[in-house]
Design a protein around this ligand. Structure first.
Ligand code: FES
Length: 242
């Protein structure tokens, strides 16, 4: 069943790219001329909840400690980042997978964004034991926050669709589409756009994920997904210099 979910995701993506369909407002961002427009892959919405299962409040998320949740699979981590300012949509090239326009932020300040935490280079990702990739302070002309993978020092700009600032990463981190439900100030994840790396991720870490999560490894998230500070999601946060 789990393999079917992943296969279906890849199949849906191919069909969408071939058909050029638009699946919703988030997927309808204007494509760039001459480029293959990459569309949003929709998944069952998962409400973001805290460790006690209560919906987190978007207005309470501040740009201090980065947050991590998993989506769309229970094994695929995502960074939830509160930016200092609302980001502007920018054109993004996702390697050979296509091109798209990054999402606006969501929440009362339109400053909340979410990105896959699987590095597009060699797929380092936050595990329960250790994380080599995290949101860190920017330096020089960088934005105040960057996403830095210590593996080979790739740095991504969360204010510009996680485009690559420096390092060997071949593509930006995939964006996770969030919806802000204004009535109760809650958030839910609804889809993924970009070079998501899911297929090679599950191939590369198949044995490790099987050991850690068993059958849950490729299971899609349910109606809720737990959000944790990155320092709780991983026991050790590896520091690395820029
Ligand atoms: S694995 Fe992230 S930069 Fe190489």
């Amino acid at each position: 069943m789990a393999d079917q979910n992943l296969d279906k995701h890849q199949s849906d993506r191919r069909q969408l790219m071939q058909a050029g369909l638009c699946m919703g407002a988030l997927a309808c961002a204007a494509p760039m001329v001459g480029a293959q427009p990459l569309k949003l892959s929709k998944f069952t919405p998962s409400k973001l909840v805290d460790a006690q299962g209560r919906p987190i409040k978007a207005s309470a998320i501040k740009p201090d400690e980065p947050l991590v949740f998993t989506y769309p699979f229970e094994a695929t981590p995502v960074f939830l980042v509160a930016l200092q300012q609302a980001p502007k949509p920018v054109p993004i090239k996702a390697g050979s997978q296509g091109e798209y326009t990054s999402f606006e932020g969501v929440g009362p300040g339109k400053n909340l964004v979410a990105y896959s935490a699987i590095c597009s280079h060699r797929m380092m990702y936050p595990t329960a034991q250790i994380s080599f990739i995290n949101v860190r302070a920017g330096t020089g002309k960088e934005p105040s926050q960057v996403i830095h993978c210590c593996g080979d020092n790739s740095r991504y700009d969360p204010t510009k669709g996680a485009s690559v600032i420096s390092g060997p990463a071949p593509a930006p981190l995939a964006m996770v589409a969030l919806e802000w439900l204004q009535a109760d100030d809650s958030l839910q994840a609804v889809g993924v756009l970009g070079a998501d790396m899911f297929k090679p991720f599950f191939e590369k870490y198949a044995f490790k994920l099987e050991l850690e999560l068993g059958r849950r490894a490729k299971k899609l998230c349910g109606a809720t997904t737990k959000v944790l500070p990155s320092s709780q999601y991983s026991k050790q946060l590896q520091s690395c210099s820029a």
